[in-house]
Design a protein around this ligand. Sequence first.
Ligand code: NDP
Length: 323
Amino acid sequence: MTAVVVERLGPPDVMELRDVPVPVPGPGEVRIEVEAVGINFADVLAVAGEYLTRTKVPYTPGMEFAGIVESVGEGVSGVQVGQRVAALGGSGALAKYAVVNAAGLIPVPQSLSGAQAAAFPVSYFTAYHGLKTLGHGRSGEWVLVQAAAGALGTASIQLAKAMGMHVVAMASTEDKLRIARDLGADVTLLQDDEERVQKVRDAAGGQGVPLILEVVGGRRFQESLDMAASRGRIIVIGNASREQANLRPVELMKRNLTVTGLWLTSLMFDRAATAEAAQALTGLVGSGQVTPQVGPTYALADSARAFQDLLDRKTTGKVIIEP
Ligand code: NDP
């Protein structure tokens, strides 16, 4: 079968198409015929060798995908051949077939298309944990969503609105802000607006925002501290700027701020939190209150371009690759 293979880490053009053997599911695993792969900023960082965990080469990228169960390994129960599933694995999805541990299967409403199902797990579970599990967001509260037209950003706006929250959305272009408004953002601001700190504070009645989903990092992290309300909660989810941030703990003391890290990969091992998120999210998707936002779609042969476009901030919604 054809697969994307990375032999040395680097920019997206290190990815090559290769002919590789079809993977065989071991005990506890299932083989899925891949319909669509959701591309995350984490995939770009993994190929570059800059992710939270070390990337071992050679490997086939692609951690989030949807497809049809094609074969089931020993000891797997409750999974039917022919069923459409979404899955989260460490890697391997940029191929015609992928094998994943059955524990990585994510229940998705059967009403979703393959691309919508592939756009669902990472962004929506992360948004849920950021807003609710760790962020403790409440109806009527303000939340700041950065990179608001991206995969996580669009998921966060929809979920926050479904929770009855008010949303300040930031992004780099007017077109991106329009997407945020269409999804229900109450106030939208260009990321480079010179008065952005004051405008965010003003949006929330001059007090600052009680909850911030921080995904840009670097010098923007300091701004997030300035935009936060007293006792504000800042959930550190990403570092898209790839810059270092300076944190002086004493600043947290002065306004009783809380900074909490969020990594979906480790949270997925928390079975209670995952079950709660899955139940809430499948209900919201099933009722149409949230709809995974499918962005630009690429063929497997154009994987490097898909990764580069994500890195160059050209994409909105979830970047999809269809093998
Ligand atoms: P997106 O679709 O949001 O794309 C990334 C966006 O980040 C860009 O479109 C851009 O939006 C914004 N951005 C800001 N600064 C930069 C920069 N210097 N270079 C590139 N992009 C920049 O991607 P994802 O939804 O996959 O991820 C969004 C963030 O959330 C990432 O930081 C990612 O690592 C993180 N994340 C973390 C998870 C976790 O478990 N901790 C899980 C999922 C995502 P704009 O042009 O509007 O600024």
